[in-house]
Design a protein around this ligand. Structure first.
Ligand code: UT7
Length: 338
């Protein structure tokens, strides 16, 4: 639906992604811990995940995703105004991953910052980036979701280590006046959920020490069952809310691109939206949960595979640590890839 008021919208005009080449399959994990390919597949939908090699960090993957995006758009890094990186696995506590990416790609005039919102990191970053475009202040905003989950996963803990992978995805936002772009969003945070999913040490509350290392406090802690319960309701409800208030029925949504934490959580949201499975992007089998990267990687693959056409209505949604959750409605603006 074109906006008659010619409101400035933030449109996605290029996409990029990167996953490291090394693959860790369920069968590899069978050799490391007491698990099975069957358990992992049926409980989560995951078959394999990509893992960085030694020395490779979040900013390296993010920079590669942004470089691909620039190539696809045919522009150079010095045209970028702003870089926003959603991540919970920055290379280091400071400087920000955005600063490291800015330097790696040589974005001479850009400023930037990181957004910490767990698995909703890309949604929060995208909505933040969109405000800078809608205000008319900036012309080219790069939004990245990138996480090196292998850096905070305990590969002796079968409850968590099977769930996560590494990767990065990026989109370019530019102003549009033709009705294409980010139309609506609903974003939420509820810190009372923090106790179910967090990393205990390494921050100001419990700085790193021999003791914190010995007690394995620098790894992901997750109460999977509780998070699952909140995620099923949270992601389904907010997706439904954004769809309903934009009069989007299941048959109008061209593609639903949800966070990829567990296929069963995605199925619950799909049912709530009354969507056919063909309208839901699933790639958890290949990448597992890459936290802030799942959605931009999903957008990238959908576009690459010709699943997105100009004018399509798409819905993206996530739930994650915080708790944080949200959904964003996008009128897709790029012409389908030939
Ligand atoms: O993206 C950030 C947000 N995170 C999420 O959305 C994750 C939400 N949670 C989940 O996806 C699921 O809760 C999990 C996949 C983490 C776990 O699935 P579940 O169906 O809730 O399993 P469970 O935790 O209830 O465990 C069932 C059994 C347990 O054994 P007992 O106690 O019944 O004997 C676990 O010890 O499965 C066992 N188990 C495993 N068995 C084989 C747990 N992990 C494994 C494993 N392999 N990797």
């Amino acid at each position: 639906m074109n906006d008659p008021s010619h409101k400035l919208l933030a449109d996605i005009t290029a996409v990029g992604m990167y996953v490291p080449p090394r693959v860790l399959s369920n069968f590899d994990l069978e050799k490391m811990i007491d698990t099975s390919d069957e358990w992992i597949r049926t409980r989560t939908g995951i078959r394999e995940r990509h893992i960085v090699s030694k020395g490779q960090a979040t900013s390296d993957m993010a920079a590669k995703a942004v470089e691909e995006l620039l190539k696809n758009r045919g522009i150079t890094a010095d045209e970028i105004d702003l870089i926003i990186v959603g991540t919970v696995t920055p290379d280091m506590l400071f400087p920000s991953t955005a600063a490291l990416v800015q330097d790696k790609i040589g974005a001479g005039k850009a400023w930037g910052f990181d957004v910490s919102a767990g698995c909703s990191g890309f949604l929060f970053s995208l909505q933040t980036g969109a405000q800078f475009i809608e205000s008319g202040r900036y012309q080219k905003v790069v939004v990245v979701g990138a996480d090196t989950m292998s850096s905070i996963v305990d590969y002796t803990d079968r409850n968590t280590c099977v769930l996560f992978g590494d990767g990065a995805g990026a989109v370019l936002l530019e102003p549009s006046e033709n009705g294409y772009g980010i139309i609506d969003s609903a974003l939420k945070i509820d810190g009372s959920g923090g106790k179910f999913l967090h990393m205990k040490a390494g921050g100001s509350l419990m700085p790193a020490s021999h003791d914190t290392v010995d007690r394995k406090l620098h790894y992901i802690y997750q109460d999977g069952k509780s998070v699952f319960k909140f995620a099923v309701k949270g992601m389904a409800d907010i997706s439904y809310e954004v769809a309903r208030r934009n009069n989007l029925t299941g048959d109008m949504i061209r593609l639903f691109i949800p966070h990829q934490a567990n296929k069963r959580i995605i199925d619950a949201a799909t049912r709530r939206l009354k969507l056919d499975d063909a309208r839901v992007l699933i790639n958890i089998d290949k990448y597992a949960n890459t936290t802030a990267a799942t959605i931009p990687i999903g957008i990238y693959e959908a576009y690459r595979d010709g699943k997105l056409n100009q004018g399509d209505d798409i819905l993206i949604a996530a739930f994650g640590a915080g708790f944080t959750w949200g959904a964003i409605y996008i009128k897709w603006g790029l012409a389908a890839r030939a």
